[in-house]
Design a protein around this ligand. Structure first.
Ligand code: G16
Length: 542
């Protein structure tokens, strides 16, 4: 075991979901080592503890796994559970941590960001509950990264990652585990595999799952094709590749182009879905029909009693603040609590651990439940398939009925990417300074009811998170939210979220951009978006 002297490296502050940087930055001498040692220093004595290690298979995943194994052994961990090939999807890592009572896990991923030598890499730490480290822990990691003076590492050869088996590294037992088995097993306890199997055996019901050459491929092949009997080839882009095949593993209408083509072809499929780099996001499509993640959460909540794992009812639900309030309406009808948290999955963990919520989700294509402590892409797909199998209706018909019953929350997010950081900060600061003057202003027919900066007090541990997005609420119930992303790796990304409620049965099927057009103009007038960004239109619209 060696003790290597080092110095703090600036900027190792975890963002919305771990530390994400360009590969070139992560592969600088000591960069990964410093951050990993800072995690170990922040969590205290590691002796005798168990750690789970895996990642989404992107470029540098395998080398990073080898380094982390040697460092974990040198820091005193007695048992490491490592996904075969260095792979573990984010939800599977959460599942393994919980199932084996591990003390935490390190997941290597930059999520939906592209991979490759010139692209992105990331490291996340999950706690013993299987969920992303809370802000208290990530703050401690960041502090440790500013005080670090050495790291510990075993001087050993690389272990064989591709075969199941056991190795000894220093005093530590390293087990190479099947990355899929425990997760697949968990899914069988939640969903009616027989009913879904019958649905998939019924030839008019055609399905495509786009794994985007990311980590979900092996999981989707095992569950959808092998266990549920969907035809071979149902899962496309199934092989995880270090550069995701040159694509962008972001499950949206722009990046899952082949899937979208199949859903809109002359002989369209009945159901389509895609997941992201590390398997925690999901996009759900019906025939020629995109299901907004906010609506998806509301529909799953409303239909949970049809699914075996949720038949006994839901403790409560939660959504991130920028997510539309579609799920709030269902929670009210069901008589259960609904919480609003800041953006970031880490805020749901306490609510789940305290038994306050069962389901939760975000507009950013994340949906999940208390079965693990991460959002879970394939789980959301199985949930939808289970509902369709029971209701014997198309995804589109189910959503349409939902809107007829509850009304529709039109929602859209506009992203302005790679902005000059000073300009983006100035936009947010300018609006922040003006918040108190906005009340009563009327623009494009929307009158401001109030405007504030969202702060969250965790009802379980009373911790307070401030600066979580600027909200402008209008008297007609419409809303605009602005915040800067915490997951980018270059420049700044401005996210502007729009939502507006519609109850008129004749106006439930409008194009979302058209339905939100006046709100989009109002936001520009109030925040000077075009003026500050120098952009006429957003880079990405979801
Ligand atoms: C992460 C977080 C999510 C968050 C999303 C976007 O997702 O886990 O909770 O909603 O980033 O965050 P931001 O708006 O700050 O970029 P993922 O899938 O990228 O890990």
């Amino acid at each position: 075991m060696k003790t290597i002297s080092t110095q703090p490296i600036a900027g190792q502050k975890p963002g919305t979901s771990g530390l994400r940087k360009k590969v070139a930055e992560f592969t600088q001498p000591g960069y990964l080592e410093n951050f990993v040692q800072s995690i170990f220093n922040a969590i205290g004595d590691c002796s005798g503890r168990t750690l789970v290690i895996g990642g989404d298979g992107r470029y540098y995943n395998r080398q990073a796994v080898q380094i982390i194994v040697r460092m974990a052994a040198a820091n005193g961990f007695s048992r490491l559970l490592v996904g075969r090939g260095g792979l573990l999807s984010t939800p599977a890592a959460s599942c393994v941590i919980r199932k084996y009572g591990a003390d935490g896990g390190i997941v290597l991923s930059a999520s939906h960001n592209p991979g490759g030598p010139d692209e992105d890499f990331g490291v996340k730490f999950n706690g013993p509950n299987g969920g992303p480290a809370t802000e208290t822990v990530t703050d401690a990691i960041y502090r440790a990264s500013g005080e670090i003076d050495c790291y510990l590492i075993e001087e050993t050869a690389d272990i064989e990652l591709d075969e199941p088996g056991e190795h000894r590294v220093g005093g530590c037992r390293v087990e190479i585990i099947d990355p899929v088995a425990d997760y697949a097993e968990l899914m069988t306890t939640l969903f009616d595999f027989e009913a879904i199997g019958q649905l998939l055996a019924n030839s008019p019901f055609t399905l495509c799952f786009d794994a985007m050459h990311a980590v979900t491929g092996p999981y989707a092949v095992e569950i959808l094709e092998r266990r549920l009997g969907a035809p071979e080839g149902t899962v496309i882009n199934a092989e995880p590749l270090e550069d995701f095949g040159g694509g962008h593993p972001d499950p949206n209408l722009a990046h899952a182009a082949e899937l979208v083509r199949r859903m809109n072809s002359d002989d369209p499929l009945a159901f389509g879905a895609a997941s992201d780099g590390d398997g925690d996001r999901n996009m759900i499509l019906g025939t020629g029909f995109f299901i907004n993640p906010c609506d998806s959460l509301a529909v799953l909540t409303d239909n949970a009693e049809l699914v075996p794992g949720y038949r006994d009812g839901l403790a409560g639900v939660a959504r991130s603040m920028p997510t539309s309030p579609a799920v709030d309406r269902v929670a009210e009808a069901l008589g259960i609590s609904c919480y609003q948290t800041p953006t970031g999955w880490k805020f749901f963990g306490n609510l789940m651990d305290a038994g306050r919520i069962t389901l939760c989700g975000e507009e950013s294509f994340g949906t999940g439940s208390s079965h693990v402590r991460e959002k879970d892409g394939l789980w959301a797909v199985l949930f939808w398939l289970n509902i369709i199998a029971v209701r014997k209706q198309s995804a589109r018909a189910i959503v349409r009925e939902h809107w007829q019953r509850y009304g529709r929350d039109y929602f859209s997010r506009h992203d302005y990417e790679n902005l000059n950081s000073e300009g983006a900060t100035a936009l947010i600061q300018g609006l922040r300074d003006n918040l108190s003057t906005l009340r009563g202003r009327e623009i494009e027919g929307h009158k401001v009811a109030y405007a504030d900066e969202f702060a969250y007090t965790d009802p379980v541990d009373n911790s307070v998170s401030r600066g979580q997005g600027l909200r402008i609420l209008f008297e007609d119930g419409a809303r605009v939210v602005l915040r800067l992303s915490g997951t980018g790796t270059s420049g700044a990304t401005l996210r502007v979220y729009y939502d507006r409620y519609e109850r008129d049965p004749a106006l439930l099927e409008l194009d979302a951009q058209k339905a939100l057009a006046s709100l989009i103009i109002a936001a520009d007038t109030l925040a000077g978006i075009r003026q500050h960004t120098g952009r006429e239109s957003p880079d990405v619209i979801t």
